[in-house]
Write a protein that binds this ligand. Sequence first.
Ligand code: SAM
Length: 272
Amino acid sequence: MILELEKFHAFELAGWESIPDGYHQAFGSLTTQAIGPLLDAVRVKKGMKLLDIASGPGYIAAAAAKRGAIPLGVDFSKGMVDQAHLLYPDLDFREGDAEELPLGNGLFEAAVMNFGILHLARPEQAITEAHRVLRPGGRFAFSVWAKPEETIGFGIVLRAVEAHGEPRIELPEGPPFFRYSDAEECRQSLLLAGFTAPTVTKVAQVWRLPAGDGLFNAMKDSTVRTAGLLRAQKPTVLGKICDAMRAELAKYTKGDVVELPMPALIASAVKP
Ligand SMILES: C[S@@+](CC[C@H](N)C(=O)[O-])C[C@H]1O[C@@H](n2cnc3c(N)ncnc32)[C@H](O)[C@@H]1O
């Protein structure tokens, strides 16, 4: 099990190292929609020290700085840290693992992880680490995708693979992608790590992509696990998967774009 989690961690790292710009182009306009609710959940204010965990291109850190906070972004992918420095040259980003933060105890008043937790081999350890680096009274908030029945982009690709391809391919096995799409799972995990007063809310988000193969391309070129699933399909079935996705997308198409509902859960809690 430990070896499998190590493999999963290495698989995720290699994946993220290869797609910083693609991720920014395909997902940036979507994942930034959760920033307002996350920063509100940790009650960001001027002068507050905030840790952006799994910071990717640095969106949370940048928005927190705009609200007057003092952010630090940490991500295990050097490519992502470089991308964040490129986009926000005045901000502080460092390489570091969410499961073992290279930071002392009690340094921050707020910690935020935007769509990071579902990529971790040991998410419980990362929640415990967030707790450790917070001061008493500090707040932690994370976002995850709602279930694939509601996050239409995921639902469409997963159904197409199920119908035409091989959904059970050999990839390094990590925790279930939609584990924290369950509000009770979020609350219990936060309580287990020592947080109190956990709350979970749902926010509406819309993903705008080029019509046609925009969703297929985004999933194949700008994700890690879903890309692994698509790349492992036989070339002969990939065309069928693409066609099935295009057919399902018809009802979300407006001119040359598709507009996909992609709601997120925002979980937050306080360090006593
Ligand atoms: C879906 S992206 C989210 C990026 C960004 N937070 C946003 O708002 O769009 C996931 C990020 O988590 C990072 N990540 C995955 N596992 C990690 C780990 N164990 N430690 C630190 N960062 C990690 C990836 O490198 C990637 O930048």
